[in-house]
Design a binder for this molecule. Sequence first.
Ligand code: BGC
Length: 516
Amino acid sequence: MTNDGPPFGGVIYQVYPRSFRDGDGDGVGDLAGMRAGLDHLAWLGVDAVWSSPLYRSPMADFGYDIADHCDIDPVFGTLDDLDAFVADADARGLQVWLDFVPNHTSDRHRWFEAARSSTEDLHRDWYVWRDPAPDGGPPNNWVRHFADAPAWTLDERSGQYYLHHFLPEQPDVNWDTPALREAQLDVLRFWMDRGVRGFRADVVHLIGQDRSYPDDPPGVDRFDGRGDFHHHTSTKEHLRAIRRVLDERGAIIVGESYLEQPEVLLAHVGDDAQHLSFVFHLLGAPWDAAEWARRIMEVESVFEPAGAWPSWALGNHDRPRLATRLGSEARARVAATVQLTLRGVPCLFQGDELGLEDAIVPPDRVVDPGGRDGCRAPVPWTEDPDAGWSSSAWLPLPPDAATRSVAAQQADPASTANLYRRLLALRHAEPALVRGAQRILGGADGIPDGVLAVQRTDGVDELVTLAEMAGRGAVLDRRWASGWTVAIDTQSAGPREGTPFDGALDADTAIVLRRA
Ligand code: BGC
């Protein structure tokens, strides 16, 4: 299958709209800001823009609690603004993808308000209701996200509990109810009719549920340890229904399935499920070449033979930023070089192309119930003290906002933003990086310890990424000292690029080689 290429051959860029760019000066990002930011994305060379939720929401989870799936929250603008954003993106050759949040709604959604109004209401079964346990407590021992608290809340009026994997303000819906499922599919149709070309599916592994709601086995450590227990066979059937609707219009879906084992994850991606699945195995990986190699091979030994396509993500609005996690911008540049040359569809998180670090958020400015404010800091656009955020922004700016701003980095050929731009240009110019076969090279190929080496080949074309991850530099053996040209070098503004490779690799750097 390697020569067929992925169903979407481009690169995805995630916009977190509250923090991307502010168009109206109220300190919260919006659609007008997103329109104004499109030129940066076109300059960078990405292909699709996925926006985190823009829908009407009470913002208990900053948009992942949807009160109306088919309208834009006033903080972001209007449906007309969304249409204008899609048109502007289209004019620049960029696809617009939205966040599809299938597992839960807001408790202020009219569906839930109706469901909770009476046990007889037609919407009752659109959510998950259970009688209390014999002691009056929650129906099972599940724990919700963001707190050491039950995943169930008692509804005083009916005396039943409702399920919520996240906040009590985010009740889980019941995909086994045909009318709910159809309503969710209509949401997809609504947005595709407005020119939306793809979706990111939020915690989609949760939509198929064991309706007997058994206790988690003893010793399971809350959600993270429970991830693979939430692989229920009915999820696949729901994914097929979603896929049929998307195929009618040629739209793409990338799933956020938090499933650890690649064999389990594989059920969610492929011709009769989602086009792509996020793979987070490198996001949490220690900075170690052998461990990165092991994780890439672990995923690809399952995905590649099945013709399935990973979407490698190194950051998002839920996790500390790349540069913060890895401890330096140099390492973040190395990681990006690996990400953008791996087989699959890379997904970039806004601001990682600027090498941003998490903001320091003092206790009196914490707003997220999940402790994720740092990575959600506003993107700095200008070198002014407010970085282009005309009034005080909803979260503190990230460190070194002026020097890391879009304006400063576009003008500096040695910047991280310009490195991303060169990597994206290389990816577009080299089919081997998109549809080529992939092999992780090792000692037998002359690759020293501490260096991750990824080979991509397509016919006679061959590229190899070498990433120095041990912090001591490396000299490769004679096999590598001739016959290769440096296509990308993370530590320079490009002077080494286009010159023959001499076999030397500096500490905390990566290069991409092209067979001369
Ligand atoms: C999203 C989070 C959100 C959660 C519930 C996630 O995986 O990325 O930001 O809090 O789903 O919707």
